[in-house]
Design a binder for this molecule. Structure first.
Ligand code: ADP
Ligand code: MG
Length: 372
């Protein structure tokens, strides 16, 4: 049974976007800033309440449905439905008694491409539960429940950026997420490069390296080690001379990335506000170099995408998201998009890589109910 009947008044629809991180990578667990924006690709959810304490969920990415109770615990639901069960569990853990739901997911956010399809699923479910239960929670609290699902139910030790971007973004804006404070401080920054004839192109490299999760956890623990050596709680708050206190060359490089990326992100906010697109492009490219050389989370496919886009005239380009595969972004003059796309496609073909997916993204709204 699919919940597709449009005449069923108890069925409501929500949408939550994927995100691109413009700049500020691997800083959300270091007390630094990130500057993501919600993209115009969303995960949509049709939902209606049940009364038997059961949740049944369908997704266009999978055959059949998955069913579980509202008293689900981590480990009980695995695979794609864990992202849904995790949200139900997070609500229950906060003391909310949920009645059960029928849920149907559909999405045009590419999966596993570093555009946070996982946060889109979690946020759309978290928002629907909030609205169906009439709970008085703000968008940032919805994001927090979604992050709890990802961290403590699915078991992915990610920071807060993805869910905040999906839940709290404003249409036409990037979202400056300052993780120095708890909860993070959010500021919308107008992101209207399109008005000046520019576009952001995503290159989904389709590369997914199996060690990505392990390396992510390693970077987090390396950052914790450095923070201990220099005696700060959050690495992004390290004083300028902190690099002198770290002897290990690898740890020193990790710190250098966190410090320089923090500075670049603050500069990017100014560039965005002042529409200094060339400068923004330079910052994006410098971010990529830092992630490649100091933080060492890039990979060959991402480097090919970035180098080729720059060679074909992009103002700037960088990997976006956690790295080791996923997507790169390029800031490109609108009339140069085709040139950049075909250069990237030829470079991938020439290197015998899987053909990348390329598309333009624009800053869209955060999670919301779809009416009418
Ligand atoms: P990313 O968030 O970068 O897309 P992740 O590995 O964090 O990559 O999350 C991808 C996973 O999220 C998918 O493998 C799937 O389990 C789940 N997921 C994402 N979108 C959907 C969807 N529309 N329906 C069901 N599960 C989804
Ligand atoms: Mg994800």
């Amino acid at each position: 049974m699919r919940v597709t009947a449009t005449n069923d008044a108890s069925v409501r629809t929500w949408a939550a976007p994927g995100r691109v991180n413009l700049i500020g990578e691997h800083l959300d667990y270091n007390g630094g800033p990130a500057l993501p924006f919600a993209i115009d690709r969303t995960t949509r959810l049709k939902a209606r309440p049940r009364t038997d304490g059961r949740v049944r969920v369908w997704s266009s990415i999978a055959e059949g449905s998955v069913e579980f109770g509202v008293d689900t615990e981590p480990g009980q639901v695995e695979g794609w439905a864990a992202y849904v069960a995790g949200v139900v569990w997070a609500y229950a853990r906060d003391g909310h008694a949920l009645p059960g739901y029928d849920l149907v997911l559909d999405s045009d956010v590419p999966l596993g491409a570093g555009l946070s399809s996982s946060a889109a699923v979690e946020c759309v479910v978290a928002l629907a539960v909030r609205d169906l239960q009439g709970l008085d929670l703000g968008a940032a609290q919805v994001a927090r429940l979604a992050q709890t699902a990802e961290n403590d139910y699915v078991g992915a030790p990610t920071g807060s950026m993805d869910q905040l971007a999906s839940a709290c973004s404003e249409d036409g804006h990037a979202l400056l997420v300052e993780t120095r404070t708890e909860p993070p401080t959010l500021t919308s920054v107008p992101a209207d490069w399109a008005a000046d004839g520019l576009a952001v192109v995503v290159v989904d490299t389709r590369a997914e390296h199996s060690h990505a999760t392990g390396e992510y956890a390693t970077r987090r623990s390396e950052c914790e080690q450095v923070a201990e050596i220099i005696g700060v709680e959050q690495l992004a708050l390290a004083p300028p001379d902190a690099v002198l206190k770290v002897e290990d060359p690898v740890l020193k490089a990790r710190l250098r990335h966190v410090m320089t990326e923090t500075t670049r992100t603050r500069a990017a906010v100014r560039a965005l506000r002042e529409r200094q697109w060339e400068h923004l492009g330079t910052l994006l490219t410098a971010s990529h170099v830092s992630l490649r050389d100091d933080y060492q989370v890039s990979c060959m496919e991402l480097d090919v995408a970035v180098d080729t886009a720059l060679g074909a005239g992009a103002l700037g380009a960088r990997m976006t998201g956690g790295g080791f595969g996923g997507s790169a972004i390029a800031l490109v003059a609108r009339d140069g998009v085709d040139r950049v796309v075909s250069a990237v496609e030829s470079a991938f073909a020439g290197a015998r890589l899987t053909a990348p997916r390329t598309f333009v993204v624009t800053p869209g709204p955060g999670a919301h109910e779809v009416r009418g």
